[in-house]
Design a protein around this ligand. Structure first.
Ligand SMILES: *Cc1c(COP(=O)(O)O)cnc(C)c1O
Length: 364
């Protein structure tokens, strides 16, 4: 592999991709598998593309152990379109959908659902600026709810669900945009999972939806064609031209995860990576102030502040000089955020840990 200078990339999304994947994509860019074309240049109806497309779907099923009675869909419009498609397809008149508010993305999901039907807030941790995931006992919904919506990882605030609520007969819907494939999950617990690809799965432009078939079938038939899950389920996500190149890269990322040993191995490594950074925070509680409460901490997005805005600026300026990218916190939390998605190497995390320790030594 050629030696290139790679950024210490902690971007929140779009985010780091595995270097091996980028190299393979480069090698195949002008001639994919002897076709004399890149994947971007071939028909989405061709045998060559079909193999790429189907392999990606098979890998999703295999890596996440998706049961047979679920469809795996590749859609467009990002997670943000799912904020609308979920209620369009799953929120009938006369029922109400519950939303657990754990951050900005769940708020956005709720806002969109409100345009389309009856909703209620099943729990919220907005008090205290979303530092935690609610306890199971705080979540209130009736067994006649259309569904319960959660955000499994809160990219902006740096919190993550460690166990999921039991919803009985009520379908559980999860926005997993920023932690899909980062740890094993029991897909069976969910009626529908959606995730924009650009954090853990690949490039922007494709959205993964994993949905139980009975949910797809129950949806209204008078929705615009493209907004029905049914259309995409029936047509293997090839009703219209899919984002072929994004799906191809996602397939390479999935293969990379498989070669790493699968979701369990990657999950173990993610725990180690996050522990490295949280340890610095915990060992210097007067200097690095973690935003999330410890038991709600995200393994994907570590959010923290420094004692003063001046020190934060110094920290970020110094980090930039050292080759770190993407450490600025989101404007609604401020401070710093390190996103440690699957493709962020352990060495980058070590470098960040060392930088944090050294910065503290110099400035505390
Ligand atoms: C990034 C993100 C989104 C928005 O995704 P788009 O693909 O840009 O629409 C939604 N939810 C979560 C949890 C995210 O991290």
């Amino acid at each position: 592999m050629s030696q290139v200078k790679r950024a210490l990339n902690f971007n929140a999304g779009p985010a780091a991709l595995p270097l091996e994947v980028l190299h393979q994509a480069r090698d195949e860019l002008v001639d994919f598998g002897g076709t004399g074309m890149s994947v971007m240049e071939m028909s989405h109806r061709s045998k060559s593309y079909e193999a790429v497309h189907n392999e990606a779907a098979v890998l999703v099923r295999e890596l996440l152990a998706v049961p047979e009675d679920y469809d795996v869909l590749f859609l467009q419009g990002g997670a943000s379109l799912q904020f609308a498609m979920v209620p369009m397809n799953c929120l009938p008149k006369g029922k109400a959908a519950g939303y657990v508010l754990t951050g900005s993305w769940s708020e956005k999901a709720l806002q969109e659902a409100r345009r389309l039907g009856d909703t209620f807030v099943a729990a919220s941790t907005e008090d205290g600026n979303y530092r935690r995931i609610p306890d199971v006992g705080e979540i209130v919904f009736g067994q006649d709810a259309a569904y319960l919506h959660i955000t499994s990882n809160n990219t902006i605030f740096g919190t993550q669900w460690s166990t999921f609520p039991d919803t009985g007969e009520v379908p559980l819907v999860a926005d997993m945009s920023s932690d899909i494939l980062s740890r094993p999950v029991n897909v069976r617990k969910f009626a529908l999972i959606y995730a924009g690809a650009q954090k853990n799965l690949g490039p922007a432009g494709v959205t993964l939806v994993i949905v139980r078939k009975d949910i797809v079938e129950r949806a209204p038939r008078d929705l615009p064609t493209m907004l029905q899950y049914r259309t995409h389920a029936k047509n293997n996500s090839l009703y219209n031209t899919p984002p072929t190149f994004a799906i191809y890269i996602m397939g390479l990322v999935l293969k990379w995860v498989k070669n790493q040993g699968g979701v369990e191995t990657v999950g173990r490594r993610n725990r180690e990576k996050a522990a490295m950074i949280y340890r610095v925070i915990d060992e210097n509680p007067d200097f690095y102030l973690g935003h999330a409460e410890p038991e709600s901490r995200s393994l994907m997005n570590v959010t923290f502040r420094l004692p003063t805005p001046e020190l934060e600026q110094k920290f970020l300026d110094g980090a930039k000089r050292e080759g770190f990218v993407g450490l600025n916190g989101h404007r609604s939390v401020g401070g710093c955020r390190a996103s440690l998605y699957n493709a962020v190497p352990v060495e980058s995390c070590r470098a960040l840990r060392d930088y944090m320790v050294e910065f503290r030594r110099k400035h505390a």
